[in-house]
Design a protein around this ligand. Structure first.
Ligand code: GLN
Length: 451
């Protein structure tokens, strides 16, 4: 049914980079055979899932939406892919993204522009915009994404679905093509909070293949989603994330959601987090720095594209030609920014300073979580913006992640849950619920109460 739905709406939405009906049906038949043989599979056995094309898949290509990986077939599965395969989920295909997950609109894909199913002239958010659009358009019931600065929560918010960034280290990065390793976090997309929790539990937990994986039990997110009791919970409203620059319709739905939580017995208090305004500049030093280092592996020798290798050029020349042709403008911008920020004369002023700011932000979260159980804010300052509107202005694109980035820098858990449509454009609005490290269950508890 989902493959048929894809055949119907993909020409308009363009959420997928790779679909292979036969491989999908083969997987479905294999799961069926396992169940018939009496194998005990989890609650999602037989349910289809779409993977962001940044997770390696051994039976499908993986491009990270970059020309530099065109045609690459990974020889192995990412841990997220492998665990979901083991649990009996069937892969529908690989979804579009901003190249190497750098962006907020999916317009930085080297292959195609994905459209927001609510309004085809608007973006589906990013970088996991193919995964959000696929679920919002009913092409897939579940999908995976990665969140480095907001790339699950922001696309979820602007397509009216649920998207969760687990605690950093709570879900494995093994087989996830690296952008900024200290921030990259795999997480689930779904149309409701319980579905997201089921997917979250199915791929999370300790993985010895990821050196920053947390060796602790996975928080009971499914239990929390099933028991959305917020009576007596202390909810902190982040003072800095409202007012000027926020769309009135976004604020209206957000305030209603907070009132709803209060009416359900939660205690709402205002919390000031003044350092959060420094999160965006700190992120745009740390993330490009890590990107410049991680993307050095695309050297024309190991994977994918190779340009100019005609026997007359040196390895360095082939490398330079390949990287010039294979990376798009945003990726090049980040490599240059990051290389600059890490260079010896500037390291202390930029990268070193940004790391200090990161520590201040983490401490401010800790102080806030002494007073409250969760923090809430709008997920994004505006609803989905028109395709093309922000492509020439990187700064305005970066602002889409104003509210989501602090939780990445601190490694905390955070979810986006739909809370209705903005009056001025009838487009979805998301509520962000943030919780401390390994308190992911609180995001689901509060999320299920407002959905
Ligand atoms: N939009 C942010 C960026 O461009 C976040 C991306 C992400 O979370 N992968 O870096």
């Amino acid at each position: 049914a989902h493959l048929d739905r894809m055949a119907e709406v993909e020409p308009k939405v363009q959420a997928f980079l790779h679909v292979d009906r036969e491989t999908t049906l083969e997987q479905a038949r294999a799961v069926d055979a396992r169940l018939r043989a009496g194998e005990k599979l989890g609650p999602l056995a037989g349910v289809p899932v779409a993977h962001k094309d940044i997770f390696t898949t051994r039976d499908m290509p993986t491009t990270a939406a970059s020309k530099i990986l065109e045609g690459w077939r990974p020889p192995y599965d990412a841990t997220v892919t492998a665990r979901l395969r083991e649990a009996g989920l069937v892969i529908l295909g690989k979804t579009n993204l901003d190249e190497f997950a750098m962006g907020s609109s999916t317009e930085n894909s080297a292959y195609q522009v994905t459209r927001n199913p609510w309004d085809l002239s608007r973006v589906p958010g990013g970088s996991s915009g193919g995964s959000s659009a696929a679920v919002a358009a009913y092409e897939a019931p579940l999908s995976t994404g990665t969140d480095t600065g907001g790339s699950i929560r922001q696309p979820a918010a602007v397509t009216g679905i649920v998207g969760m960034k687990p605690t950093y280290g709570g879900s494995s990065r093994y087989g996830l093509i690296a952008f900024a390793s200290s921030l990259d976090t795999p997480g689930p997309f779904a149309r409701n909070v319980l579905d997201a929790a089921l997917l979250h539990e199915a791929f999370s937990g300790y993985d010895p293949m990821d050196s920053t994986s947390i060796d602790a039990p996975v928080p009971s997110v499914v239990e929390a989603a099933k028991h959305p009791d917020v009576a007596g919970m202390r909810i902190g409203v982040v003072k800095e994330f409202s007012g000027e620059g926020y769309q009135p319709g976004v604020l209206a739905r957000y305030n209603e959601a907070v009132q709803l939580l209060e009416s359900l017995g939660a205690k709402v208090v205002e919390v000031s987090c003044p350092s959060f305004k420094t999160a965006l500049p700190a992120y745009y030093l740390i993330a490009p720095s890590e990107c410049s280092s991680n993307l050095a592996r695309f050297d024309a020798m190991r994977y994918g594209l190779r340009v100019g290798d005609d026997g007359t050029r040196s390895a360095e020349e082939v490398m330079a030609l390949t990287r010039a042709a294979g990376f798009g403008p945003e990726v090049k911008r980040r490599i240059m920014l990051g290389t600059y920020a890490l260079s010896s004369g500037y390291y202390d002023a930029y990268y070193g300073q940004a790391q200090k700011v990161r520590t201040v932000i983490a401490r401010e979260f800790e102080a806030a979580y002494q007073q409250v159980d969760v923090l809430v804010s709008p997920t994004t300052p505006t609803t989905a913006f028109p395709i093309g509107e922000r492509t020439d202005d990187p700064m305005s694109m970066y602002l889409a992640d104003l509210c989501t980035i602090p939780s990445n820098l601190a490694g905390n858990a955070a979810i986006s849950v739909p809370v209705g449509l903005a009056d001025e454009d009838n487009l979805p609005v998301g509520l962000q619920i943030m919780a401390p490290v390994l308190a992911d269950d609180r995001c689901y508890r509060v999320g299920a109460a407002v959905e």
